[in-house]
Ligand binder design. Structure first.
Ligand SMILES: Nc1ncnc2c1ncn2[C@@H]1O[C@H](COP(=O)(O)OP(=O)(O)OP(=O)(O)O)[C@@H](O)[C@H]1O
Ligand SMILES: [Mg+2]
Length: 165
């Protein structure tokens, strides 16, 4: 079920595979400098979504949760990098400033789990995706774009979903 609003988009996923496929579509759109800010429930499906994102972006690398390592980097043949950060163990934006997110964003897209913890350290223009646990296999994914480029991504995603591709 897809709920459509002016620029937000809400999606109910009924399986991990469905969440991965949604990630695949988003990943295929990602460019250098794009920021995905993932927020929401523990076990909400953020890392599962990133598995799709990384594959859709074009990397064969295996995606694991960076909860303990803080940041994972994925590669693809054109030398771009996709950085996957988990802010769960950070205390706040002050911890993120030391990571030099700008350097990461110069090399490729950035995907952040628990982005709300370091919100003030993230670029204002970003696509926030909020994950809500609804049941054993059900999750709600709410897309909230901030800025022109994220809004365009949501517009493209909505169009693709409506076309059923
Ligand atoms: N519809 C669904 N979408 C995503 N994951 C689902 C769904 N249904 C069941 N799952 C399962 O829920 C778990 C989600 O775990 P995942 O690590 O992706 O969540 P997370 O939000 O990254 O957790 P954390 O808060 O620990 O970072 C996985 O085991 C996945 O298989
Ligand atoms: Mg996770």
């Amino acid at each position: 079920m897809v709920i459509l609003r002016a620029d937000a988009l809400e999606f109910i996923s009924r399986s991990a595979g469905q969440t991965r496929r949604l990630g695949l579509r988003v990943g295929a759109m990602l460019r250098t400098g794009d920021v995905l800010a993932l927020e929401g429930d523990l076990g909400g499906g953020k890392t599962t979504f990133v598995q799709g994102v990384v594959a859709g972006w074009g990397s064969p690398d295996r995606v694991t949760s960076p909860t303990f390592v803080l940041v994972n980097v994925y590669h693809r043949r054109d030398e771009q990098r996709l950085y996957h950060l988990d802010a769960y163990r950070l205390r706040g934006p002050q911890d993120a400033w030391a990571l030099d997110l700008d350097a990461m964003l110069a090399e490729g897209p950035l995907v952040v789990e628990w982005a709300d913890v370091i919100a003030a350290a993230l670029p204002a223009e970003r696509l926030t995706i909020r994950f809500t646990w609804l049941g054993e296999a059900q999750r709600a994914l709410a897309f909230h774009p901030q800025g022109a480029r994220p809004r365009e991504m949501v517009r493209q995603l909505r169009a693709a979903i409506l076309r059923g591709v």
